[in-house]
Design a protein around this ligand. Structure first.
Ligand SMILES: [Zn+2]
Length: 447
């Protein structure tokens, strides 16, 4: 028995989507309102819905998307090298509890780095039959800024679509930093309107073979959106029972891991088969050779007896029928059971970073910012004082030592500012200045 509700999807094309969703939601609700609110979990599929909406509007859309997905499935050739992505977190809050503390965000970054570096402690829970396919993405995330914005707006799935207004300052949200160079994560309260939506993310832009009529993605809307209660595993605010009779969903900071997986091009492990309202189907695949075929999503549980399709992992002969890989981050199993990406998933995400999302690892962000934000340090080297001369006022100035330790942080409102460095140990330091979403860094030598 399948208990999926509506699963709006994190992917795709916002503007087209908004228009189509308006039309489709109305007609679907008119036809079958129960499907919108029933189901064991009361949880909306973050990736299925848009696809079906677009297929309805543009017949052939799914095939085109599959072609594009396969075209983009370029495996990384630099498997040993760690890719580091700079991250900006926007906390857009209305009630105080939504303004989650830094400690929760840091905790979330630690979880992302553990899961994408396969250093998470619970890898030991992976069933031995899957040990040979466990992959290490070797991707790390570097938090460069937390932007906090108080708002009067609310955010949720509505008749007009996904709550992308959280990404626009003018609409009560917070404008993205350059999405080509930074992974933006917006944290807000996502209203439970038709069902619970824990988060969503758009897959990489720039994939070919999209059908005519679906507009190009809007770059400033690219990134990950998370409900504030899903962030971290030290979150002080529990997510309420999403409804539908399935009980509470357990969170462990893996909503972000799942959404970042989408952001880096991964599909749900069950291939989003079964039609708009779910249903068992072994006919759809996630495009990964080493994930067992799975007929439908897990129900936010840890059911190791799930075995929805007769399948085998590539290289292992039938009838080596594998159970469902509920330990995978791209399932809808309990977050406490998730502990792995497969090798193919890991390589696919690395491939996306080396191609469609190359800007994130290119290092071009710092070059761009040096060009846009100029400052000088003099004298350099120096033994007692160093003067900072900036083109602009009101910059956040930070100084790090050679070990990356923060030794100075101040908001400086003058174009010229002199800092005493007489107490600093001899050696190399890095001045980082930040203003209006731009950053620049220069080396300084204390003698
Ligand atoms: Zn998803």
């Amino acid at each position: 028995m399948l208990n999926i509700i509506l699963k709006p999807q994190e992917n795709m094309k916002s503007f087209t989507f908004l228009l189509i969703l308006t039309f489709l939601l109305k007609s679907l609700i008119a036809q079958n309102p129960a499907d919108y609110v029933m189901g064991n979990t009361g949880v909306i599929n973050d990736a299925k819905y848009t696809e079906d909406v677009l297929e309805n509007q543009y017949p052939g859309f799914k095939q085109a998307m599959q072609n594009a997905f396969e075209n983009s499935h370029q495996f990384s050739t630099k498997s040993g090298q760690v890719h580091t992505v700079n991250v900006v977190v926007h906390v857009v809050w209305k009630e105080n509890e939504e303004n989650i503390p830094d400690s929760v965000i840091y905790n979330q970054m630690d979880i992302l780095n553990a899961d994408f570096g396969r250093t998470n402690a619970d890898t030991v829970n992976l069933r031995p039959i899957f040990h040979s396919v466990a992959g290490n993405p070797h991707i790390q995330y570097n938090l460069v800024h937390i932007e906090r914005v108080q708002t009067n707006e609310t955010f949720g799935l509505t008749f007009s679509g996904l709550p992308d207004k959280v990404k626009r300052t003018a609409e009560g949200g917070s404008d993205a930093w350059n999405t080509e160079y930074y992974m933006n994560i917006w944290v807000c309260k996502i209203q439970n309107t038709f069902g619970a939506l824990f988060g969503y993310a758009y897959p990489p832009a720039g994939l070919s073979n999209w059908p005519a009529g679906s507009s190009a993605p809007s770059p400033e809307l690219d990134g990950v959106v998370l409900d504030f209660r899903t962030v971290g595993d030290n979150n002080p605010v529990p997510y309420p029972n999403p409804g539908g009779g399935g009980g509470n969903v357990e969170f462990a900071g893996r909503t972000a891991v799942h959404e970042v997986g989408h952001y880096l091009g991964l599909r749900h492990i069950w291939g989003d088969g079964g039609g708009l309202f779910g249903g068992e189907s072994c006919g759809e695949d996630d495009g990964m050779a080493d994930t067992p075929n799975q007929g439908y999503q897990s129900e936010f549980d840890c059911n190791t007896s799930n075995n929805t399709c007769i399948d085998s992992i590539a290289g292992q002969p039938d009838p080596n029928d594998l159970p469902d890989l509920i330990e995978n981050h791209m399932d809808y199993s309990s977050e406490t059971c998730k502990n792995m990406f497969t090798i193919d998933q890991a390589m696919h995400m690395r491939g996306v970073l080396e191609n469609e999302r190359f800007g994130l690892i290119s290092g071009l962000a710092s070059i761009e910012n040096v060009e846009l934000l100029n400052f000088d340090l003099f004298p350099n080297p120096s033994s007692d004082v160093v003067t900072l001369r900036m083109d602009h006022q009101n910059a956040n100035v930070k100084v790090f030592d050679a070990y990356g330790r923060l030794i100075f942080s101040e908001n400086i409102s003058k174009e010229m500012h002199t800092i005493s460095c007489s107490d600093w140990a001899k050696g190399v330091y890095y001045f980082s200045i930040e203003q209006d979403h731009k950053m620049a860094t220069k080396m300084f030598v204390k003698k």
